[in-house]
Design a protein around this ligand. Structure first.
Ligand code: B12
Ligand code: SF4
Length: 501
């Protein structure tokens, strides 16, 4: 039996700090379950834990355990759990420095241990990450089978430099990219996530404090991997390429039912990239939620593909407990739709779906992205006006951000719009979609930041009449959870309105 330690590292940010929310690290929960099923020892160590940001030098801020606290806590782990391999997850480019700091601490505590990093940021920039000598190997893409092979080879003292799905350092220090590993064909063959290895109440309480949930306690569920679409700004393809695999509807609802029984949750957040892509599967999930009388509330904060919804599915989602549906509409400008490769969206059909969702009693929310490199002021205005004229309850405006591994990243580079990002460890990537860090062909950073603010301001001013319309609001109130939610929204809206007016 070999032993792996899986670390959720602290977050770092360059150039400023903002509130964070701690989510259960689903990737690590899945990896841990897989290794355990194969007979190995595993511990998940969450070093993030929602500790507020503090300045940590060179313009960086850190949230989570300090390096010293991490060193002490790792040193105090039982001797029997001395790891053969330490795996660190690296999802977000803007938080990447925390991964390097954690790797340095791990090497101080166990100098000979093998340190491997995986996740969406790691999969997008593996060579860049390998410039850090504290990291021995990067896993690109799906992690379960690759990590298992690394762990077993390492524990048996066998070489680890030719494992599919990895980027390694060769004998002369050169970086070698091994062939990719095929994806696991059947997601239902994976064991259920090892939620028992972490104290889930931490994440459930987090939701109580910071988020507007309709019926907490709530936990996250992910039912598929990937998305076949090719939006130029989306960085999921560095892990999942253009594949899409989904778990069966019954397995999904089994998992949810178990969460209800084990943790007493009353609400689910689906975090899929494209939850509703397979119409029949989604209908079956809804039908099964209804048939088992789980009486849950659920929502889709990562956004569903609006063109996959028809009237039948909308009504079924509402009947099965969906109280808020989020759409990634992204733009109201046809030329930008072409640029971002999202021509599946027909804006007039969106109007219909939004109205249908509203009539079915769900809150409607959409995200929009402003300031693509070639977008003119008039085109950005088109998107804002589209949102204002729509029947949406909420809109979130983000600024186009060139995440590594996306076609957009290459476009910013080619057009000379990308600022100097620093070196691998001091990666000065502070783009997080609400903080503008690149000029575009038509906007300076400060102008774009101002447009973002105006967009929110205009949108939420335009909603006052909708919120005050009793017919619209009453349709949504089915009991106490809805009333309480309405009140939370009112308070949030007042706070936001204070900021935007
Ligand atoms: C869930 C999710 C969230 C959640 C929760 C995140 C969390 N802390 O757990 C929420 C909603 C909070 C969120 C927020 C944001 N997100 Co998000 N999110 C996702 C999403 C959809 C799924 C991640 C997930 O859990 N997948 C399921 C698990 C099973 O997969 P996984 O984590 O990738 O792990 C697998 C492999 O990567 C690998 N692996 C992972 N870690 C490791 C470690 C080791 C050692 C090994 C060997 C393997 C390995 O093995 C795992 C199993 O196969 C991804 C998109 C995606 N599909 O990756 C975006 C994604 C990570 N998010 C992204 C972004 C941009 C954001 C936001 C900045 C958006 C914003 N509006 O500003 C915010 C920032 C939040 C923050 N905390 O700072 C980008 C990141 C791009 C980048 N390069 O930085 C992604 C890739 C989406 C995208 N379309 O581009 N997000
Ligand atoms: S539809 Fe969503 S998940 Fe799919 S590629 Fe586009 S942005 Fe990414």
């Amino acid at each position: 039996m070999a032993f792996a330690l899986l670390v959720n590292p602290p977050y770092t940010l360059y150039g400023g700090a903002w509130d964070i929310q701690a989510d259960e690290p689903l990737g690590l929960l899945s990896l841990a379950a897989f290794l355990r099923q194969r007979g190995h020892g595993v511990r998940i160590f969450d070093a993030l834990r929602n500790i507020p940001y503090v300045e940590c030098g060179h313009g960086f801020f850190k949230s989570g355990l300090s390096d010293e606290a991490l060193r002490q806590e790792l040193s105090a782990l039982p001797a029997a759990e001395r790891p053969d391999v330490v795996g660190i997850t690296s999802m977000f480019t803007m938080h990447a420095r925390g991964v390097h700091d954690a790797a340095a601490v791990v090497k101080q505590v166990w100098p000979g241990v093998l340190v491997t990093v995986g996740g969406s940021h790691a999969s997008a920039l593996p060579e860049w990450i390998m410039a850090d000598k504290n990291i021995d190997l990067v896993v690109v893409g799906e992690g379960e089978e690759t990590l298992l092979e690394i762990l077993e080879r390492r524990a048996a003292g066998r070489p680890i430099n030719d494992i599919a799905g990895t980027v390694v350092r060769g004998p002369d220090g050169q970086i070698i990219r091994n062939p990719e590993r095929p994806f696991i064909a059947d997601l239902d063959s994976l064991p259920e996530m090892a939620r028992d290895m972490l104290d889930m109440s931490v994440y459930m309480n987090e939701v109580y404090r910071n988020r507007v949930a309709m019926a907490p306690p709530r936990l996250n569920v992910i039912t598929s991997r990937g998305c076949p679409c090719r939006c130029v700004f989306c960085s999921i393809h560095s892990i999942w390429r253009n594949s899409y695999r989904a778990r069966g509807a019954l397995a999904v609802v089994d998992e949810i039912e178990k969460l209800v029984k084990t943790y007493g949750i009353r609400e689910i957040t689906f975090l899929d990239d494209n939850l509703t892509l397979k119409h029949d599967r989604m209908m079956e999930i809804c039908n099964e939620l209804i048939r088992r009388r789980l009486d849950l509330h659920w929502c889709t904060p990562n956004g569903v593909a609006i063109w996959t919804l028809d009237d039948e599915l909308v009504d079924k989602m509402a009947a099965s407990g969906c109280y808020k549906v989020t759409f990634g509409i992204d733009t109201g400008c046809p030329r930008t739709q072409q640029f971002i490769n999202k021509t599946q969206i027909k804006l007039d059909q969106c109007d219909h779906v939004i109205r249908r969702c509203n009539r079915a009693g769900m809150w409607t929310h959409a995200s929009f992205i402003l300031g693509f490199p070639f977008e003119t002021k008039a085109e950005v205005e088109q998107t804002i006006q589209y949102a204002v004229d729509s029947d949406l309850d909420f809109a979130a405006f983000f600024v186009a951000t060139p995440f590594p591994g996306t076609p957009l990243f290459d476009i910013y580079r080619q057009e000379g719009l990308m600022p100097d990002l620093g070196d691998s460890i001091e990666l000065k990537f502070y783009g997080h979609q609400s903080a503008v860090f690149c000029d575009t062909k038509h906007f300076k950073k400060a102008e774009l930041q101002a447009v973002l603010h105006q967009a929110h301001s205009r949108f939420y001013r335009s909603r006052v009449r909708k919120f005050l319309n009793p017919m619209r609001s009453l349709r949504r109130i089915k009991g106490w959870p809805e009333l309480r939610y309405f009140w939370k929204l009112y308070q949030l809206y007042r706070a936001e309105y204070g900021k935007i007016s």
